[in-house]
Design a protein around this ligand. Structure first.
Ligand SMILES: Nc1nc2c(ncn2[C@@H]2O[C@H](COP(=O)(O)OP(=O)(O)OP(=O)(O)O)[C@@H](O)[C@H]2O)c(=O)[nH]1
Length: 294
């Protein structure tokens, strides 16, 4: 079930509950069962779903609610709060400020969507008045620089990279320095894809991070890996200071809920709570960057 469908199922369950003439235990249970089913179909961890159900039942004690209380509203609010709690790491993520240079480094598994998302992120901020720039520190994948260059050119965003240099640390430092001198206020460093078992590549990522001292490290994750995202997110978090998570490919995958809840479980301060907004804005870019991006 993709996220839009999950949203639809939850709304329908709440609507059915609201339409009931009398709100009793049976109606509440039916509504919770419907939501539980939808969350499990979206691959959300069973433990989280069960916790959510238990918490709502504790908050909404129908026997104790005196006549006159708006039971529908109380149930809706409790469900809303518990769903938000599932994705809320409890810490805000770093927010770049205009006219003050910020360095944002993108990390993640191979093919998770880092380069694509870097450009969307840069474009999104450019539209909001920032002066972004892109640095390609991916020296591992042939064609990575060309891909970033192509995307950046279409989006009219300055970029830096090299066909000759094989040291990503050197490229990242040079790019960041150059764009700081050019007064760019959002310098985005794209890195190679890597897996937690690739120790040398993890060390390289740590070095890029140490040399560029990013204000924010964004872990980009492909939603199709579902709950397996937890181990990977933990591994990245242990090597570099992951400060936000962007989940990609939510447009066509049934495991989006699993990926979201798994990443939330790592308690990274994240974009998760603002994900839908960011996603809507990024979708706009996809239309504009045409088939080169997708
Ligand atoms: N459907 C869909 N495809 C996406 C999305 N984000 C990226 N892709 C596609 O996924 C593929 C990999 O994306 P890249 O941006 O190259 O991934 P990457 O993480 O930079 O790849 P590496 O540098 O090799 O690790 C490309 O074909 C993208 O067009 C998304 O949100 N939805």
């Amino acid at each position: 079930m993709v996220l839009a469908e999950l949203g639809g199922s939850i709304s329908r369950a709440l609507q059915q509950m609201s339409n009931a003439t009398i709100i009793d235990e049976k109606v509440l249970n039916e509504c919770l069962n419907e939501i539980t089913r939808a969350l499990l179909q979206s691959d959300v961890q069973f433990k989280l779903v069960r916790e959510m159900q238990t918490n709502i039942k504790k908050i909404v004690n129908l026997d104790d609610l005196a006549a006159g209380h708006n039971k529908r509203k109380i149930i809706q609010q409790a469900i809303f709060n518990e769903l938000c709690k599932m994705l809320d790491p409890g810490k805000p993520s770093f927010t770049p400020k205009k006219a003050k240079p910020s360095v944002v480094m993108f990390v993640g598994l191979q093919g998770s969507g880092k380069t694509t998302t870097c450009t969307k992120y840069a474009y999104y901020h450019q539209k909001k008045g920032w002066k972004p720039a892109l640095v390609c520190a991916d020296t591992f994948r042939a064609g990575a620089f060309d891909q970033l260059k192509q995307n950046a050119t279409k989006a009219k965003i300055p970029f830096y990279g090299s066909y000759m240099e094989s040291d990503p640390v050197k490229i990242a430092v040079e790019g960041v320095e150059r764009f700081k001198k050019e007064n760019c206020d959002l310098i985005i460093v794209d890195t190679s894809g890597r897996h937690k078992q690739e120790v040398a590549l993890f060390e390289e990522m740590r070095q890029v991070s140490e040399a560029t001292n990013p204000d924010l490290v964004i872990f980009v994750m492909d939603s199709s890996i579902g709950q397996a995202a937890f181990d990977q997110a933990q591994a990245f978090k242990q090597s570099v200071a992951v400060g936000a998570v962007i989940v990609t490919k939510m447009d066509g995958h049934a495991k989006g809920g699993g990926a979201l809840s798994a990443v939330a479980a790592t308690k990274s301060p994240s974009y998760l709570s603002g994900l839908v907004n960011i996603w809507m804005n990024l979708k706009f870019l996809m239309l504009n960057l045409s088939s080169a991006v997708f």
